[in-house]
Structure formats: C-alpha cells, structure tokens
Design a protein around this ligand. Structure first.
Ligand code: NAD
Ligand code: GLY
Length: 360
C-alpha cells in the first residue's frame, strides 16, 4: 500500500508520525509499531462505525480488539460520554498496556485522547481521523477534552497520540457541509503565518470544494506540516501555539451561544476569522481590501459569513470563558497582515463592544 506522505511531529521522546494517503485505513503495518500490548479498544460513533469499523478491525486481527460506539454529535462531547469509555475499559479489565484508537472526527478524537490521558493515568492512543477538519487539525498536537455547558473545550489535557493515520479515502463519505467546515481550519493556517499557502488557497478553492483529490491531499499535507511546526515549538501553548486559535474566541462564543451542534465548529471558526479580520481592520491593522479577501475566501469555501445575532453583551459574556483569557481580560488572535497573526490584549475594550453591537 502506498503511503502518500509521512510527516513528523517533533517532541523529543514523544515524537510521532502523521501518515496521509488514500487507502491507509486497512494497512496493519501503520498501526503495529504504535500499539502497546495485545488489547485495543476502538472508539467511534454511530455514524462512522458502520462505514469504517470493520476495515479497521480487520487490519488489527493480530490483537484482541473491542469497540465502544458513542452517540454522534458535538452535544455529546461531554464528561458523561467519556465515562462510557471508562465503563467499558473497566468492565473489560483493560490494563495499562492497552491502546485506544480514535476512529472518527474531532469529537471522537478529542474524547478518546482525553480518555487515554486519564485512564490509569495514561495509556497509548492512536488517531484515525475521518473528517477533513480532524485530518488537518484536531488529530495533530495532543489537545484533548470535552465541552462544558459554560464553555467549549474547557475540560481537557494535553496528551499526544502515538501516531496519526489520515486516510483521505474516508472523505468520500463526508457531506459537503462537513467538508467546508474542514476548509475553515485549512484557511486558518494560511491566514496566521503562511501567505504562500493562502495565495494557493485563493487560487485552488474551487478545486478543493469540488473534492479534487490532488488538491485536497496537498492542502491536508501543508496544513499538517504548518501545525506540526507550531506544536513542535510550543506544545502546551505558552506562546506561538495560541495563534492556532485565530477566529476561535469569536467562534467558540458562536458555538456555545447557538447551542453545541447548531453551528459546526469549522463554520463558527470561519465566521470567527472574518470577525477577527474585521476587528483587526477597526484597530488599523488590516485594510478593507484585506478583509474583503478573507471574506471572499471563506465564502468560496462554502462557509457562512454572517455571525448569529447575539447582543454585544452576550458575545462578550461567552467570549470571556476562553482559555486565553488572563485576569478576566479577553485576549484575541488578530491579524497584523494576511499571513501574520498575533495575540492582542491591549485593544480598547469599548471598541470591541462597539464592533459586536452591529450583530445584535
Ligand atoms: P465531528 O467529529 O462532529 O464530525 C463531523 C460529522 O461527520 C459527525 O457527524 C461525524 O460522525 C461525521 N463523520 C466523521 N467522519 C465521517 C466520514 N468519513 N464520513 C461521513 N461522516 C463522517 O466534527 P469535526 O469537524 O471532525 O471536529 C470538530 C471537533 O473537533 C470540535 O469538537 C472541535 O472542538 C474539535 N477540535 C479539536 C482540535 C484539537 O486540536 N484537538 C482542533 C480543532 C477542532
Ligand atoms: N486547534 C488549536 C490547537 O491545536 O492548538
């Protein structure tokens, strides 16, 4: 079987490979070196399991394999759902030499990673991402966790997988809305620090939306490379990794405010990046032509560009529950220029209030 690309996340003894290619899911050789012991539990959901669980199980025929199938949806990304994984691990007497494999999108991946981080204080896990968003972002970098009714991803741990196996063939069953959600995170890499990639995206967005295989494979590879570089510099987000949250403070407010699952995470990030660009313009950092470029690209990716009509107070309240906030101050990732993001804390608060008023 051909591996199209192998990238590396360089984190000393916790370094790991990312395999990207078509038809990788059933390739036993990609899993074997990263499985601890004989027992494997695959965590998936009731949408992905009927499509891909059997193929993954067949690749793992040398192991004692069980599976736990979770309900599908962002609204189930909770401690209660993670507890179902713990229930099955404990009932099955899984020991510390066991391995979890996350088969699904970012919701399954984040919860499986968190379960792996906590179970007996840490067991091995492998990411097998099956959405575009999870192949370009959530499966890489070791952020794991769950939502809380008061804030998105507020409970979690940094815990790296042993490897990532991204089979681009699985994207054939993904619907267009989910594909667009993944494109939002791809655009993010261009906007924060990769102007060359941003220009490539501007030229190739129609091909990506039309699912051109070569274009998609290239975009996934470039995104994973950009992310791996940032994670290698700043695993636990004490500096540059915060830039990966462009659009997320606005976006998480949209997701939580609308009710988890109403706006897809990628959709909220897309609208949030446009809000970040507009606010950057208000602070004199971007030109209106820059903002126009951001809007055109997000629109071309099939993403919504009109944020929901919450009051400024509601936005601010939701945005204040953010992991970047320090001493109650909302810190924002803004754009100094396209391809050049920075964390900004010293903007005039009233200006943010005024900006948000236009959505109510
Ligand atoms: P998701 O996991 O909800 O998947 C989207 C939908 O697609 C689900 O209904 C899923 O069952 C379905 N699906 C998955 N693979 C499929 C396939 N191949 N064919 C058909 N349907 C398929 O959403 P997502 O966009 O993958 O991930 C979003 C989540 O990721 C959010 O919770 C977000 O917070 C998290 N996230 C985490 C990180 C991180 O660094 N850990 C980064 C970005 C996003
Ligand atoms: N998606 C943001 C990060 O991984 O840091």
């Amino acid at each position: 079987m051909t591996i199209k690309t192998e990238l590396q996340v360089s984190l000393d003894e916790r370094s790991y490979p990312i395999y990207i290619g078509s038809g990788l899911l059933g390739d036993a050789a990609l899993y074997r070196p990263f499985i601890a012991g004989k027992r494997v539990m695959i965590v998936s959901n009731d949408t992905v399991a009927p499509l891909y669980l059997a193929l993954l199980e067949s690749a793992l025929s040398d192991y004692e394999v069980s599976s736990v199938i979770l309900p599908d949806g962002e609204q189930f990304k909770t401690l209660d759902t993670v507890n179902r994984i713990f229930d099955d691990l404990l009932k099955g007497r899984f020991d510390r030499q066991s391995t979890l494999i996350a088969l699904g999108g970012g919701v399954v991946g984040d919860m499986t990673g968190f379960a792996a981080a906590c179970y007996q204080r840490g067991i091995a896990f492998i990411q097998v991402p099956t959405t575009l968003l999870s192949q370009v972002d959530s499966s890489v970098g070791g952020k794991t966790g769950v939502n809380h009714p008061l804030g998105k991803n507020m409970i979690g741990a940094f815990y790296q997988p042993r490897s990532v196996v991204a089979d681009t063939r699985t994207l054939s069953t993904l619907d267009d809305r989910q594909l667009s959600a993944g494109l939002a995170e791809i655009i993010k890499y261009g906007l924060i620090n990769d102007i060359e990639f941003l220009q490539w995206l501007e030229n190739n967005m129609p091909a990506l939306v039309a699912r051109d295989e070569e274009a998609l494979a290239w975009a996934i590879e470039r995104s994973c490379k950009d992310k791996a570089d940032i994670v290698a510099q700043d695993e636990k987000e004490s500096g540059v990794r915060a830039l990966l949250n462009l659009g997320h403070t606005f976006g998480h407010a949209i997701e939580a405010g609308a009710g988890y699952g109403v706006w897809l995470h990628g959709e909220a990030v897309g609208a949030g990046m446009l809000m970040a660009a507009e606010f950057s313009q208000q602070l004199g950092m971007l030109t209106s032509a820059d903002v126009e470029r951001v809007q055109v690209l997000i629109d071309a990716a099939g993403l919504p560009i009109q944020p929901p009509a919450f009051t400024a107070e509601a936005y601010l309240d939701l945005m204040s529950v953010d992991k970047k906030a320090i001493n109650g101050r909302i810190r924002l990732v803004l754009l100094k220029a396209l391809g050049d993001a920075q964390v900004v804390a010293d903007y005039p608060y009233e200006q943010l209030q005024n900006y948000l008023q236009k959505f109510s």
